[in-house]
Design a protein around this ligand. Sequence first.
Ligand code: ATP
Length: 205
Amino acid sequence: MSRRILLFGGTFDPPHNGHMELLRGAMAAVQPDLVVVEPAGTPPHKHASATPAGIRLAMCQCFLDVDRQILLDDTEILRGGKSYTLDTVNEMYRRYPDGTLYFSMGSDMLLYFRKWHGYRELLQKMVLVVHSRRGEDVQPLHAFARDLEQEGGRILFAPARILEISSTQIRSRVQRGEPLDGLVPASVEEMIDRYALYQPEEREV
Ligand code: ATP
């Protein structure tokens, strides 16, 4: 039987409890043999992340609290330039030729999926494991998933708690000096403090 490999990509600037919940839900749904967490170099759809890749990678150590066996991978960071999921997926199949690839994502990413580079090929090459980010988007989400299935896609909905948390929200809270209680793992909060991340830019006078 082929090995089930769960790939979890993101900018992770910073990782937060929504990501932790997504990962737990995806792991429960897929029961993977291997989990690979893949922080993006420069994500194609976002501005270059201001936080050095090495710090984002280090913050991703929090995912080991979900499972000690998780592999933190730096393929996209080392590749440099824009991070296309298709390149990473092809790399995973080179590394694990006997694998079946599952890719976990939040609902915002699914709704944007047709804009992904090589999306038709991606639909053939991986099973999408989707986690809702907001209660109200469930209906259009399922309709959209059925459309993608018409194109040959395989989509699983991971039953998990919805946590309306985003990295953008975390960065703004830090900038405004607001507490992060319950929003990020303790190790991430420590690193945000240690490296003084997300501080308001100093203005020259
Ligand atoms: P930003 O606010 O900077 O855009 P983000 O919070 O969306 O960041 P990413 O690192 O871009 O975080 O997300 C990685 C993956 O995790 C994406 O598939 C995204 O949809 C998913 N995700 C992020 N936050 C949540 C959440 N609260 N619940 C479920 N999935 C989430």
